[in-house]
Design a protein around this ligand. Structure first.
Ligand code: NAD
Length: 268
């Protein structure tokens, strides 16, 4: 693979959580393409191996480690391994997440806690743990995968939306607290994206057609669409960008006025 270093990521140690599938895998591949050395974390070992294989096929290098990102001890061990093998972390992409159905009126507390723990608390644990390595090098970038659900209530996955809203504020908070250490923190908010998480939404062609039709750019997002924005925020190209969110959704959340009838204002 030939690398250009316009991203400033050549040889940089980048950590991606949730790298065994979907958006995390897409981010790992995009960062590897920019010459990064990768520490990839996930609960799914088979998925991690597949990601590593794809990176190797493209000429890149990665280290994989099974890790529950909501467990501080496991994250601490993974961080020590990464530092020993690859050097201090320059970039952390928080992508590991779960989506579970459940109306708030009947949601068991254990379900609420599980979603908050993986989708929000684990982002904090990973930021704190890998942030220590960034502070040592006086430089770093955090990119958190939140969601359009951070700003838009989503029926029957309220714990997820609340967790994602928390991720947005966690990111802004870190941006301000750690700016003096040269560490930036930003979010990417994916829209409807085709991954393992959303596979059940994409088995019926009619549902795929209706979901695609709801998106101004006319198609469901792919992990690479999201990864391009993540790589930008992780890179030197974004060296003056912190505390921000980039929505990558094909125009979906900006299209609310296109969904209501407006006689006289419609294409004949
Ligand atoms: P995915 O299911 O394909 O990938 C998520 C990965 O996270 C899986 O490999 C899973 O094993 C891993 N994971 C789950 N819990 C973990 C834990 N405790 N420790 C370590 N790894 C764990 O889903 P995806 O769509 O690629 O999701 C990636 C991120 O993007 C998530 O944060 C998700 O909320 C967010 N997101 C997805 C969409 C979408 O439409 N797919 C939209 C907005 C935001």
């Amino acid at each position: 693979m030939t690398h250009t270093d316009s991203f400033g990521l050549q040889g940089a140690t980048c950590v991606v959580t949730g790298a065994g599938s979907g958006i995390g895998r897409g981010c790992a591949l995009a960062l590897a393409e920019a010459g990064a050395r990768l520490l990839l974390l996930d609960l799914n070992e088979a998925g991690l191996s597949d990601t590593r294989k794809q990176i190797e096929q493209a000429g890149g290098h990665s280290l994989i480690q099974r890790c529950d990102t909501s467990d501080p001890d496991q994250v601490e061990r993974a961080a020590a391994l990464g530092e020993r093998e690859l050097g201090e972390c320059a970039v952390l992409v928080n992508a590991a997440g779960i989506l579970r159905p459940g109306p708030l009126d009947a949601l068991p507390l254990a379900e609420w806690n599980k979603v908050l723990s993986v989708n929000l608390t684990a982002y904090f644990i990973c930021a704190q743990t890998f942030g220590r390595q960034m502070r040592q090098r006086k430089r770093g970038a955090l990119v958190h995968i939140a969601s359009i659900a951070a700003d838009h209530a989503t029926p029957f996955s309220g714990s997820y939306s609340v967790a994602k809203a928390g991720v947005a504020m966690l990111s802004r908070q870190l941006a301000i607290e750690w700016a003096p250490h040269g560490i930036r923190s930003n979010c990417v908010n994916p829209g409807l994206t085709e991954t393992g998480m959303t596979a059940p939404f994409h088995t019926d062609p009619d549902i795929v057609r209706r979901r695609s039709a709801a998106i101004p750019l006319g198609r469901i997002g792919q992990p690479l669409d999201i990864a391009q924005a993540v790589r930008f925020l992780a890179s030197d190209m974004a060296h003056y960008v912190t505390g921000q969110e980039i929505t990558v959704d094909g125009g979906f959340v900006r299209s609310v006025m296109a969904t209501v009838p407006r006689p006289g204002y419609e294409r004949p």
